[in-house]
Design a protein around this ligand. Structure first.
Ligand SMILES: Nc1nc2c(ncn2[C@@H]2O[C@H](COP(=O)(O)OP(=O)(O)OP(=O)(O)O)[C@@H](O)[C@H]2O)c(=O)[nH]1
Ligand SMILES: [Mg+2]
Length: 437
């Protein structure tokens, strides 16, 4: 067999897999867990009893579920409210993309339209005509729109929510489905307020006023004061969009979280970390599954493994928005040449063999840098095949790359820089203030 480096681990030593497993999932935040507590308990129980086959089968089923359960999101709202823009934002596609929901120019259709997420095929966003457009009562509207097919509803408005929309929400609640109110275009409200010369501009106060108008409408219609998310489809990280994403992830059943988390745009470091945790859990489960049933001595990394690893790495780069296509878009938006952006990150070069370092050496270095907090398992011994440790390394690297690029783009936006020069992360804000003066 073609082995790239020899194995140094204690072959077949599963070590204390059970306590590592327990520690890892105990450490993972409840709202980020991608398998249910019952599944975790069941795996632990099997491991405690030494029922390797049983643990393996539960993990296998859980992994199958994670990647295959469909998620359907209904987005409704009146003409021009920003439904299509919101759907495009959730799908991470700009309006210029061929598969984008058409923005602005299309007349509202009377039928629902499905938009699949470009990477996460199990996620479908449904663009629904507004209830006022169809002139139905809520119950008929929901039946016509096949309400039972959706996981939750997003009710979008760019102004005030109408009585009919509030009644719709109530009916959705009766049907035991979740709904969320999203108030779009707050950037326009703020711009408008800024231009108003008769009073000093106060960003927070203006946002609070918009919120109060919505909340008052809820209480006037004897509804619980629902949470309302103020967003701009043009500036996703600026208002409540990240909080909305947190809430949606938290409210989803654990087994649906993974796909939804992977689909979410990389707009904040917290969102990137959540994606990291989600993928890490799947690698962890895969590693456990493979490790549990290993009947042959664990070997090093084979040439076939390298091909698979390349596929994994490419997939992670796409998920975290640091693949070549995403870098091109970023380069266009930020006016920084792709080559310069590439110089800031590490993942494109991870599997390049031009360096003297072998995969084995790279892995050893990585393992040395791991702290004990990294899942416990990794630091406590090499139980698993090395390919899994390399997946952890890839994952950590793309995560860091995504953050580096996010910081760069945020700084450029903050200081409105459009020169192709890169900003060094070590500089202070004062430095940038100085150079733009
Ligand atoms: N400034 C700003 N413009 C927005 C925002 N959301 C949508 N728009 C703009 O508002 C217009 C209507 O947006 P769409 O996303 O097409 O709205 P829609 O609800 O899908 O409209 P219909 O399908 O025609 O009912 C477009 O010109 C968008 O670019 C936002 O948050 N801020
Ligand atoms: Mg539309």
């Amino acid at each position: 067999m073609d082995q790239l480096f020899s194995d140094t681990s204690k072959n077949e030593d599963r070590g204390d897999l059970e306590s590592s497993f327990t520690a890892y999932f105990r450490k993972t935040k409840k709202e980020s867990k991608i398998i249910t507590q019952e599944t975790i308990d069941s795996i632990e129980l099997h491991l405690t009893k030494g029922n390797i086959q049983g643990a393996n089968s539960v993990i296998r089923d859980a992994l199958k579920n994670i990647g295959n359960i469909p998620i359907n999101v209904a987005v409704t709202g009146e003409f021009g409210a920003g439904k299509s823009s919101f759907i495009n934002a959730l799908r991470g596609v700009g309006p210029e993309y061929e598969s984008a929901a058409k923005v602005g120019v299309v007349k509202t259709t009377m039928r629902r339209t499905a938009y699949k997420h470009p990477e996460i095929k199990t996620l479908t966003l449904w663009d629904l005509p507004g209830i006022g457009t169809l002139n139905f009562v809520p119950k008929d509207y929901l039946e016509k729109m096949k309400f039972q097919e959706y996981d939750f509803f997003i009710i979008v408005s760019a102004t005030r929510f109408t009585k009919l929309e509030l009644d719709l929400a109530k009916t959705i609640g009766f049907m035991k489905k979740n709904y969320y109110f999203v108030r779009t275009k707050v950037d326009l409200d703020l711009d408008h307020e800024k231009k108003c010369k008769s009073r000093p501009f106060d960003r927070e106060k203006t946002l609070q006023q918009i919120r109060s108008i919505c909340v008052n409408a809820f209480s006037q219609n004897s509804m619980d004061v629902s949470q309302i998310f103020l967003i701009s489809n043009r500036h996703l990280s600026d208002y409540d969009f990240p909080v909305l994403m947190d809430t949606l992830v938290k409210d989803l059943p654990a087994q649906k979280r993974h796909s939804f988390i992977l689909s979410s745009p990389n707009i904040t470091e917290a969102a990137i970390d959540r994606k990291h945790s989600s993928v890490q859990q799947t690698v962890w489960l895969e590693a456990c599954k493979a490790g549990l049933l290993a009947t042959v001595p664990v070997v090093g990394i084979l040439r076939d493994d390298v091909e698979e690893l390349q596929v994994k790495l490419n997939h992670y780069r796409v998920l975290f928005g640091v693949d070549d296509a995403s870098l091109k878009v970023m380069a266009k938006d930020s006016q920084v040449p792709v080559e310069q952006l590439k110089k800031m990150i590490k993942s494109p070069y991870l599997l390049e063999t031009k360096k003297e370092e072998t995969l084995g050496e790279m892995l050893l270095k990585y393992l040395e840098t791991l702290d004990l907090g990294n899942g416990g398992l990794l630091a406590s011994g090499l139980y698993f095949r090395k390919t899994f440790y390399l997946q952890f390394l890839f994952l950590d690297t793309v995560t860091e790359d995504a953050k580096v690029l996010l910081r760069e783009t945020n700084l450029r936006k903050q200081f409105k820089l459009d020169s192709p020069k890169l900003l060094t992360m070590t500089r202070t804000n004062d430095y940038y203030q100085e150079i733009i003066r």
